[in-house]
Design a protein around this ligand. Sequence first.
Ligand code: ADE
Length: 250
Amino acid sequence: MRIDVLTLFPEMFQGPLETSIIGRAQAAGIVDIQLWNIRDFATDRHRQVDDYPFGGGAGMVMKPEPVFRAVRHVLGEDAAPVILMTPQGEVFSHQLAEKLAKEKRLLLICGHYEGLDERIREHLVTKQISIGDYVLTGGELPAMVVIDAVVRFLPGALGEATAVWTDSFAQGLLEYPQYTRPRGFEGMEVPEVLLSGDHQRIADWRRRESLRRTWQQRPDLIAKLDLDERDRELLAAIQQEQNKSDNRLD
Ligand code: ADE
């Protein structure tokens, strides 16, 4: 996959894109990430990328020409989703990351200042993505979030190919608790079932704990699920256990 990023601050990307899994994926040729400084596409003497808003008001607005020139230069005759990072976009999710990972190519634009000229949004951008309902100082961190989440889905990026399918959210549930050695640590023991070697019991326990965790932390996700009979029974048992322990505490 090829990912091009248009930004006013390419240096912000160095650490995150060169380290760990994303760094290895680039070294292995699984993803090619190219950073472009929007300022390099400004044509005036001062290489100006922002200007005052028509109609007045506080703050500066990103000018259209450098962004249009940069996108045309980077894509040439190629077609690719042109994605603007903005708090006004579709809220990013596991599902959207998985969908974007199927594209051959992506182009991400990081907005800055108070905003950007609306003509960029109307005539250049094909998709807008927000990473959550809060406002950051620029689109750089959101672009890194999207790149990280997308690259995880590329074949070969993670050591174990199955890992993405057992992740939190992959099946609409949060992930079950994990333990490693030692079995006992300062009086805190690993649940006995995980040491039993009984694969069916372990799978059942993990499903129940996934449901429990999701019900406790993210009841909104449970409401969206299409649970089968077995899951509904497990959930009812979890809720009963919880009610009992709540009563004991009262
Ligand atoms: N730019 C500023 N805030 C943002 C957000 N929450 N998501 C995406 N881009 C942004």
